[in-house]
Design a protein around this ligand. Structure first.
Ligand SMILES: [Zn+2]
Length: 78
């Protein structure tokens, strides 16, 4: 794909020119939709992952805080 600004030959997978950094207009009509779809998929995956992380690390974090508080109370008493 040839850059419209500086006429440098760029790889077809590139979205920006290597030489001048201007956007290569080949896939501009297709890319925004695909990126938004990908973002939506990523968001779904991320939310599921975050829910899993909360489920896994939430209770352990609460336990850690509880143990920490117990240690502080024991330290204050002892
Ligand atoms: Zn260029």
């Amino acid at each position: 794909m040839r850059c419209p600004v500086c006429a440098t030959e760029n790889d077809n997978s590139l979205t920006y020119c290597i030489n001048c950094g201007s956007p290569l207009t080949q896939n501009t009509n297709v890319e925004p939709t695909t990126t938004t779809v990908k973002r939506k998929h990523k968001r779904k995956k991320l939310s599921q992952k975050s829910i899993l992380l909360i489920l896994i690390f939430g209770p352990s974090a609460v336990l850690l805080v509880f143990i920490f508080l117990l240690l502080i109370i024991l330290g204050l008493l002892g």
